[in-house]
Write a protein that binds this ligand. Structure first.
Ligand code: FE
Length: 199
């Protein structure tokens, strides 16, 4: 994919994000707020799929099915990470697998157990949602989530990463892509983060 091809996709994401953030800020309650956002209003033009990225060295298969990755002993600022899984023709994909794994508050991955690892399936509206924390930084990388997304009945898996806006290290991390930045908003102590995936 060349740089020119990326432009429409990015424009679309930014346009969606602007309305998304407004919705988030107006609504207040995390769950309600994100439900209330109109799903990808600009998704109508057979858009490009979400960029793929390396899975990195810390992926583990067979994560537990759970939407809340917070558990005893896990510190860090709460995040509600949600979004829709969509086809390139903007249809919502129900029952899609979304597998999430990321570093803890101190930048470490759990490679012996499954802390801060889990997967969910999108609901009837193609929506997924996790409760977790803001991942810590580790050498060489900016702040990020790792995700794998797979539509039901499909063999292909999209592996990518989601990034945070306004991170200093976004400028120096060679894996960082602006197209993969989440839209974020604050709701009390929780950071609301949204990313709509196009398969
Ligand atoms: Fe990582």
């Amino acid at each position: 994919m060349n740089e020119r091809d990326r432009v429409p996709s990015r424009r679309r994401i930014l346009a969606v994000g602007a309305s998304g953030v407004t919705g988030l800020l107006l609504a207040g309650q995390p769950g309600f707020a994100q439900q209330a956002i109109a799903p990808t209003p600009a998704c109508h033009d057979g858009d490009e799929p979400t960029l793929a990225e390396t899975e990195g060295p810390f992926f583990k298969p067979r994560s537990p099915q759970r939407s809340d990755l917070r558990e005893a002993g896990i510190e860090g600022r709460a995040v509600e990470l949600s979004g829709y899984v969509l086809t390139r023709s903007c249809r919502r994909v129900a029952g899609a697998l979304v597998d999430l794994w990321h570093a803890d508050n101190a930048g470490n991955y759990d490679n012996t157990g499954f802390r801060l690892r889990g997967h969910v399936f999108t609901d009837d509206e193609g929506r997924f949602s996790f409760r977790t924390i803001i991942p810590g930084l580790y050498p060489g990388r900016t702040r990020h989530y790792h995700v794998k997304i797979q539509a039901p009945g499909e063999r292909s898996v999209l592996t990518t990463q989601f990034y945070f806006p306004d991170e200093r290290r976004n400028r120096t991390d060679e894996l960082f892509r602006r197209e993969l930045v989440m839209q974020t908003a604050r709701a009390n102590d929780t950071l609301l983060a949204r990313f709509d995936v196009v398969l």
